[in-house]
Design a binder for this molecule. Structure first.
Ligand SMILES: *Cc1c(COP(=O)(O)O)cnc(C)c1O
Length: 457
């Protein structure tokens, strides 16, 4: 057994294909429904929003989908990403468990999101698209698609949720550095934004509203398409480079994981690390326990309903079956901005229903405590979102200590927290509280779920 700290792959060992879990699922995903007719949609129905290559990836049942050479070339700016053995964290916890983490904070944007931003920009540019509209919450996705769009000569317009636009001015500056335009949402640039503002001029915005604005503009113009940083099947597909690399790296360490942990907002970094391992299990290999960690203040997997719902607030998007808190649910303003979405990726929801994964929710204060413990042991300051994965891994390591087991734990350290130090400042000042959602609001949002013919709630 090697006791190395860092497991690095050569560029030549970078995956040449993404892994599509849809090829191995024992049961196919439920159909996607048209928002007007509630009937299953065809790939053509999605064409106003996405280039056909991405739509075909959305519905593909092929196990391996080749990563285009230009995408591989750009991935090489930071990939393969390192895998670390957390020796010092193990020691600090006094656990016999072996903890490994895949570090995605080495990308130019500081998170896993460029893994999908690059191919999305590539396929759009190839299809002759000139402009991409998108939304961003905390700003990581906006940053990533701005970076990627610029590399492929695309104009990028980002609707950033008003609260984070005001709280995180540096994110906007990074987007502008990459050549994108960033406006606060709700905005005056769309009909839906104007409608929201006319009712409430100081509206703090939400991801659901920002998505509606971006979709509205994309649907209106032939040269403009929409890009989403999480939730969709093709996004999770692109993120599997992380899990595929981790498989090779754990192989170098001569181990297989007993537990794989990831944080879940829309589900993309989690799917990226977990799906290649689930696939190995489904094809007869070892099936690790897979743990999704979500914020207690926005608990779609543990408290949401598995039902058809819209992806946005204005109900312009198709309906997908997913764990949802209701498209009108507004989560409280906790600090892991990337985890504040009402729904969960249909693929993650589906594997949860198939009992292939577990889910657990933690509050933000305990997650920051875990992140600080991790930073002091390993040196990297995690993003507030990533703190949820750190917390999940630490809890597994402490269980191993109680049970005297030396299990192998792998988690995805999906980003660093250098743009989020204000939230750490609050934590150290004792000002961070455990935001909780309003049970009545959740009940209301869930009772407002769309009724779909043939579905029983
Ligand atoms: C966006 C983001 C998330 C949440 O999105 P997922 O699709 O669930 O991965 C988590 N962590 C970081 C660092 C992010 O930027």
């Amino acid at each position: 057994m090697s006791e190395k700290t860092k497991y690095l792959l050569d560029e030549s060992q970078m995956p040449k294909s993404w892994y599509n879990i849809q090829a191995d699922l024992p049961k196919q995903l439920p159909a996607v429904l048209h928002p007007g007719t509630m009937e299953p949609i065809s790939p053509q129905d999605l064409e106003p929003l996405f280039p056909m290559d991405l739509i075909m990836q959305e519905v593909s049942l092929e196990r391996e989908i080749e990563i285009p050479q230009p995408v591989q070339d750009i991935y090489k700016l930071w990939r393969p990403a390192p895998l670390f053995r957390a020796h010092r964290l193990e020691k600090a916890l006094g656990t016999p468990a072996k903890i490994f983490y895949k570090y995605e904070g080495v990308s130019p944007a500081g998170s896993h999101k460029p893994n999908t931003a690059i191919p999305q920009a590539f396929y759009n540019a190839q299809a002759g698209v000139k402009r991409i509209t998108t939304e961003t919450g905390a700003g990581q996705w906006g940053t990533s698609i701005s970076f990627a769009g610029n590399l492929f000569g695309l104009e990028v317009l980002v609707f950033q949720v008003r609260v984070s636009y005001d709280q995180k001015p540096y994110r906007k500056a990074v987007m502008e550095t990459y050549g994108a335009r960033c406006v606060a949402s709700p905005s005056q640039e769309t009909q839906y934004g104007r409608e929201v503002l006319s009712k409430r001029p100081d509206h703090p915005g939400s991801l659901g509203i920002a998505i509606s604005e971006a979709v509205e503009l994309a649907a209106q113009r032939d040269d403009t398409k929409y890009a989403l940083g999480s939730v969709l099947n093709h996004v999770l597909l692109h993120q599997t480079v992380t899990g595929l690399e981790a498989i090779e790296q754990l192989h170098m360490a001569d181990v297989e994981p007993d537990v794989v942990v990831g944080c879940t907002g829309g589900g993309s970094n989690f799917g990226g690390i977990a799906f290649p391992f689930i696939g190995q299990g489904l094809r007869g290999g070892k099936m690790p326990r897979i743990v999704a960690v979500e914020p207690a203040a926005c608990p779609s997997l543990t408290r949401g309903k598995y039902a058809y719902d819209f992806g946005d607030t204005a109900h312009m998007t198709p309906l997908t079956k997913m764990h949802t808190l209701g498209s009108n649910f507004t989560p409280p303003g906790f600090h892991a901005g990337g985890l504040r979405y009402h729904g969960m990726a249909p693929l993650v929801s589906h594997v949860k229903e198939l009992d292939l994964i577990e889910a657990i929710a933690y509050t933000q204060v305990e997650c920051f405590a875990a992140g600080v413990l991790f930073a002091r042991a390993e040196g990297i300051v995690p993003a507030p979102e990533a703190n949820h994965a750190v917390k999940g891994a630490i809890e597994e390591a402490l269980r191993c200590k109680r049970e005297g087991k030396s299990e192998v734990i792998l988690f995805n350290l999906c980003g660093h927290g250098h743009f989020d130090m204000a939230s750490y400042q609050k934590y150290f000042a004792g000002e961070l509280t455990n935001e909780s959602y309003d049970e009545n609001e959740l009940a209301m949002a869930l009772s407002g779920l769309p009724s779909v013919p043939g579905e029983f709630s």
